[in-house]
Design a protein around this ligand. Structure first.
Ligand code: FES
Length: 332
């Protein structure tokens, strides 16, 4: 009889398991190491990302009600869950639960960060979600699982084959794995947080925050202050922050105000002309960058394309600036 060389299902899934697990672990650690991420506002901050999602995502009401009031907590929770899902996939601890958490996270990213990408297959989060679902359905198959070693250490080794595995045994094992996974995730997050606190050697330079001009903001960016009808920002606030995001009331698109080095202020639709991701202002280069496929737009020259897979500049939004009050409105 020829030997069957077909790999088992779980052996075939190992590359997927280690890729998505390793990527989510790295993504969680990377977020905690990035001083720009855990900020209420500013380029690359969780606050600014949530603000953008509150403009474009189908989860917008939930984001406005739950996430926007506590952006830092949401940032820490997302990073922590990414670390836990990644560790669970890599170690086999609470494997199926970790895969479900990974799938829920990827699904949430699809409905927020990737929602404006057209066509949908250019976005990265849907394939991750499908990958996690596949792992959740298949289970670990007992391969590369450190959970069994931990169970033995806690005298929870599987009983001999002639003894039935009781529901109580399974519950205890699952609980133990969950506790070890949570402890491991908290340890990784804690060590990462300490490294981040040690300074720039472990992350990028902190980024000054910028005001966000969305529906509830104020022209000066101060929380709770009122805004005259039609005013999207003030000249002083935009110059201080160098950029401000807002919603174009005509199209509903995210849009961005940029203060140029010569003191003038320009505005553009922030939806990338390649596949619809939201571009961000980069303080270092002074350019508008698309996080999806790397398009670079130059706000000082009509948002013309400097690099990337598109040749269409961002649509310019004409402004009406009241020199007396220093307020900015969209013209027309
Ligand atoms: Fe592809 Fe912006 S969406 S470069």
């Amino acid at each position: 009889m020829p030997r069957d060389r077909t790999p088992s299902l779980h052996a075939a899934l190992l590359p997927l398991r280690f890729f998505v697990g390793g990527t989510f672990l790295f993504a969680g650690v990377d977020k905690l190491l990035d001083p720009a991420f855990l900020q209420v506002a500013g380029p690359g901050s969780i606050g600014e990302q949530l603000t953008t999602y509150s403009l474009i995502s189908p989860l917008a009401p939930l984001i406005r009600a739950v996430a926007l009031p506590a952006p830092l907590l949401i940032g820490v929770i997302v990073a922590g869950l990414e670390i836990a899902a990644g560790l669970g996939a890599l170690t086999g601890l609470a494997y199926r639960l970790s895969a479900v958490v990974g799938a829920l996270l990827a699904g949430t990213f699809f409905l927020t960060a990737s929602w404006s990408i057209r066509p949908y297959y250019l976005g990265p989060d849907l394939p991750y979600m499908v990958g996690w679902i596949t792992l959740a359905i298949a289970g670990d198959g007992g391969r590369y699982v450190i959970g069994s070693g931990i169970e033995r250490a806690f005298s929870l080794a599987p009983p001999p084959a002639d003894e039935a595995v009781t529901t109580v045994d399974r519950t205890r094992r699952g609980l133990l794995q969950l506790i070890v996974l949570a402890a491991g995730s908290l340890s990784v997050a804690g060590i990462t947080g300490m490294l981040s606190a040690l300074g720039p050697a472990f992350g990028s330079e902190p980024v000054p925050s910028s005001p966000i001009a969305n529906g509830s903001g104020s022209p000066s960016g101060g929380p709770g202050a009122s805004r005259a009808p039609g005013v999207i920002a003030t000249v002083a606030a935009v110059r201080a922050a160098r950029s401000t995001v807002f919603t174009d009331p005509t199209t509903g698109d995210p849009a961005v105000l940029v203060a140029l080095p010569d003191g003038s202020i320009v505005a553009f639709d922030a939806v990338c002309t390649h596949a619809g991701c939201t571009v961000n202002f980069d303080r270092l280069s002074g350019h508008l960058l698309c996080p999806c496929h790397g398009a670079i737009f130059d706000p000082a020259h009509g948002a013309r394309v400097l690099d990337g897979p598109t040749d269409q500049p961002l649509p310019s939004l004409p402004l009406q600036i009241d020199q007396a009050t220093g307020t900015i409105r969209l013209a027309g």
